[in-house]
Design a protein. Structure first.
Length: 414
């Protein structure tokens, strides 16, 4: 028996699934269960939104860091006493007129020497020698020249800072931080209150409630440098430092000249620390923010991917009869795979678009609330929906594979 060749008209053309058909089927599958689709895309919305918000907020805060750096860190130089490292018999490296010497350099705004006074273990700070205020509190006592206090840029709640006259006369005056004043029960300076360091009384000249530099001022009692030397002696080896506030752009030059200006006989006794590189500072801060929030964005994306995978897998189980019918009518396994991959990809893309919009709105809202300039990179806005699309496609790989393995005869029995 010879086999006949089939006629050309009886040849069955292979089935095809065009991109348009795949997209329409995916949209129809989503619209059949709108509530489930919305909840499924929510994880991707959160992940992509967090991603865009992270990049936008870090870019926005970077610009703020730059401005804050210019105002504070870029205008600050610290000079340290390292005389003991060079000569074990050397005394304190800072001369008595250190403020005046460094003030002659061009670009210096304020400068002064300070150190923490080494008091005995039983010496405390009290509001009164006897009575209710006799209970002492453990508070640091800082010897600081008037220039050191001004360089810290303090904001006074009451009173004023002690000046060069008080320092020259070694007067017993003090400036206290707001928290220390509250602990000592000092609420007003109208009664000319005093604090007792051990048994020595000091008139409170001012109360500081904020500083731009040297936050330790808020938690301590500051007295004139000359007064501290008269009562408790000079600073110990390496204890003293100098704080220099400069004009913008002059810090590195002053750091280069400070040691020679202060000690032309032994400049090696002093070490000037210039401000750090602003680019490195910004990179450190934004790097920390990026790592923290991008981790959160990654967790949200993983949750979104699990949600899409779970919902797509449930859809495959619920639509087993539909898949079998499609296969019986000529749909190939790859067509079923493409259909479900397209559906999960559309869910991810929609979540990515919505998340991008929410992320941009978050950046703008935070910037407006803080009176900042919002910064959002166009690359992040373009990449975010693509991340959502990729998340959806990856999440739909296993459910789509399961759908393509459904046998038509077995599926039609359900």
């Amino acid at each position: 028996m010879r086999s006949r060749r089939p006629r050309a008209g009886r040849i069955v053309e292979p089935s095809r699934l065009t991109p348009r058909d795949a997209l329409s089927e995916a949209v129809a599958g989503m619209l059949q269960r709108p509530g489930r689709s919305v909840l499924t895309a929510l994880g991707t919305v959160l992940g992509v939104g967090t991603f865009v918000a992270v990049l936008g907020l870090t870019a926005t805060t970077s610009s703020r860091i730059d401005s804050r750096f210019d105002l504070l860190t870029a205008t600050e130089v610290t000079v340290e006493d390292i005389a003991q490292e060079q000569d074990e018999f050397a005394g304190p490296a800072f001369p008595a007129d250190a403020d005046a010497r460094i003030g002659r350099l061009g670009g210096v705004r304020d400068a002064g020497v300070y150190w923490t006074v080494r008091l005995g273990p039983d010496v405390t700070v009290r509001a009164a020698p006897v009575g209710d205020g006799a209970d002492g509190v453990p508070v640091d006592v800082v010897a600081a020249s008037p220039g050191a206090l001004r360089a810290a840029v303090p904001r006074l709640a009451q009173g004023r800072l002690y000046d060069e006259f008080a320092s020259a006369k070694a007067q017993p005056v003090a400036v206290v931080g707001a928290s220390v004043a509250a602990r000592l029960g000092i609420t007003t300076l109208e009664t000319r209150p005093a604090v007792f360091i051990g048994d020595e009384p000091f008139v409170v000249a001012g109360i500081v409630d904020d500083v731009e530099r040297r936050p330790d001022v808020l938690m301590s009692v500051s007295v004139p440098r000359t007064t501290a030397e008269r009562m408790w002696g000079p600073p110990g080896a390496g204890d003293a430092r100098m704080l220099v506030a400069t004009e913008t752009g002059a810090a590195r030059q002053i750091a280069h000249e400070a040691a020679v200006a202060l000690r032309p006989d032994h400049p090696e006794y002093l070490k000037a620390v210039p401000p750090p590189d602003p680019r490195a500072l910004r990179a450190d801060v934004t790097g920390d923010l990026d790592q923290l929030f991008l981790l959160l964005a990654g967790v949200c994306l993983v949750i979104g991917a699990v949600g899409i995978a779970n919902t797509t897998l449930v859809a495959v189980l619920e639509r087993t009869g539909e898949i079998g019918l499609r296969r019986a009518l000529g749909a190939r396994a790859r067509h079923v795979t493409v259909q479900f991959l397209t559906e999960s990809g559309v869910l991810g893309a929609v979540g990515g678009l919505v998340g991008t919009a929410l992320g941009v709105c978050t950046v703008v809202g935070v910037a407006l609330a803080r009176d900042w300039t919002p910064v959002v990179h166009p690359a992040a806005v373009v990449a975010a929906p693509l991340i959502g699309l990729g998340t959806g496609v990856v999440a739909g790989l296993y459910p789509a594979w399961r759908a393509s393995r459904v046998e038509p005869a077995e599926a039609l029995r359900h």
